[in-house]
Design a binder for this molecule. Structure first.
Ligand SMILES: [Zn+2]
Length: 300
C-alpha cells in the first residue's frame, strides 16, 4: 500500500493504492484556497485519515501543479499561489514525522500511466499534458527522469519547430515572456486562437472539439491543423528520447481524431521511416495525479 495525494487548486484528493495499482480508499476535501497554513493542515489530515486504515504507516507522495526547487526546498510555479515560496515538503514532514516526496502533476500523470495505465508495458514513456497548459514527464523503466532544474519533459516552453510556424497566422507571445512557445499553440488557449485565426469566431477548446465531432467543416479543419501542429512538436521529442509510448493527458486528450491523424503525420518529421512510437489515450483521467504521486515511492 502507498498513499498518493493530488494537491490541486480546488481539491485535495488522497488515495490508498495497492501494489497492483488498485485504489483501495479515496478521500477528497476542498483546498482551503489562499491559506497556506490551512492547506498544510488539510493535507496532513487527509494523509492521517488514510494512514489510520493501515497497521503501520506507509509512504506518501504528493503531486502539485508546481515544482519543488532544490536545494532551497521551496515551491515555485504553483497555480495555488499561496504555496509559492513556501517550504511545503519541510512543513509536511515536520508535522508528520517522516519523509514525503513531492513532484509536479505532469510527472505524476506520466508515472501513473507508465506504472498502471495505458503505457504499463512500455519501458520509455513520454506523458504529455494538453490542457490549460502544456507540460510533460518522462518515465524510463518505471522511474521518473529528474534533473537538476526539475524540468525534464517540460517541452511546453520550447519554441515551436520551424515547420509549425506556417500553421499559425502570426507570432504568439507566451505568458513566460518568450514568443511562440509550444504552449501558445497546443494548450486549450492555443487551439482557441487557431480557430479564431481560421474562422474569426471565438469558441472554447472543448466547444471546438464538439463542433468538429458533429461534422462542422470549419471546426474539423481546425482540429486537422491542431493534429499537424501536435505531430510536428512531438516529432522533435521523439528524435531526442525515442519513447516507446506517448500518452496524452489533459482536456484536449479527449479529442478522438488526434489518435488517428497524429501517428500518420509524424512521418516526414521524425528522423526515421515507419515511426513505431505508439500514441495512446490516458487510462486514469483526473485520478492520475494521486495515483502517480503514490508511485513516487517503490511499492512495499
Ligand atoms: Zn512560454
Amino acid at each position: 500500500m502507498r498513499i498518493g495525494i493530488d494537491l490541486g487548486g480546488t481539491k485535495i484528493e488522497g488515495v490508498l493504492l495497492s501494489a497492483l495499482g488498485e485504489t483501495v480508499t479515496k478521500r477528497r476535501v476542498e483546498t482551503p484556497a489562499g491559506n497556506y497554513d490551512a492547506t498544510v493542515a488539510a493535507v496532513v489530515d487527509v494523509i492521517s485519515t488514510l494512514q489510520a486504515e493501515l497497521p503501520m504507516p506507509t509512504t506518501v507522495g504528493i503531486g502539485t501543479p508546481g515544482a519543488l526547487m532544490h536545494p532551497e526546498g521551496i515551491m515555485k510555479n504553483c497555480n495555488s499561489l499561496c504555496l509559492n515560496g513556501q517550504p511545503l515538503q519541510r512543513d509536511l514532514e515536520s508535522r508528520l514525522g517522516y519523509a514525503v516526496r513531492i513532484e509536479n502533476d505532469a510527472n505524476c500523470f506520466a508515472l501513473s500511466e507508465a506504472h498502471f495505465g495505458a503505457a504499463k508495458d512500455a519501458s520509455t514513456v513520454f506523458g504529455v499534458i494538453l490542457g490549460t497548459g502544456t507540460g510533460g514527464g518522462i518515465v524510463i523503466n518505471k522511474q521518473l527522469l529528474t534533473g537538476p532544474n526539475q524540468i525534464a519533459g517540460e517541452w511546453g516552453h520550447n519554441p515551436i519547430p520551424v515547420s509549425v510556424r506556417p500553421l499559425i497566422d502570426k507570432d504568439r507571445i507566451c505568458y513566460c515572456g518568450r514568443a511562440n512557445c509550444i504552449e501558445t499553440v497546443l494548450s486549450g488557449r492555443g487551439l482557441k486562437q487557431t480557430y479564431h485565426e481560421q474562422s474569426g469566431q471565438t469558441l472554447e477548446a472543448n466547444a471546438i472539439a464538439e463542433l468538429a465531432r458533429t461534422g462542422d467543416p470549419g471546426a474539423k479543419e481546425c482540429i486537422e491543423i491542431y493534429s499537424q501542429q501536435l505531430a510536428r512538436c512531438l516529432a522533435s521529442v521523439i528524435n531526442v528520447i525515442d519513447p516507446e509510448t506517448i500518452v496524452l493527458g489533459g482536456g484536449l486528450s479527449n479529442i478522438d481524431r488526434l489518435y488517428e491523424t497524429v501517428p500518420h503525420s509524424l512521418e516526414g518529421f521524425v528522423f526515421t521511416e515507419g515511426v513505431r512510437t505508439q500514441l495512446l489515450r490516458p487510462t486514469f483521467g483526473d485520478a492520475s495525479g494521486a495515483i502517480g504521486a503514490a508511485c513516487l515511492w517503490p511499492a512495499i
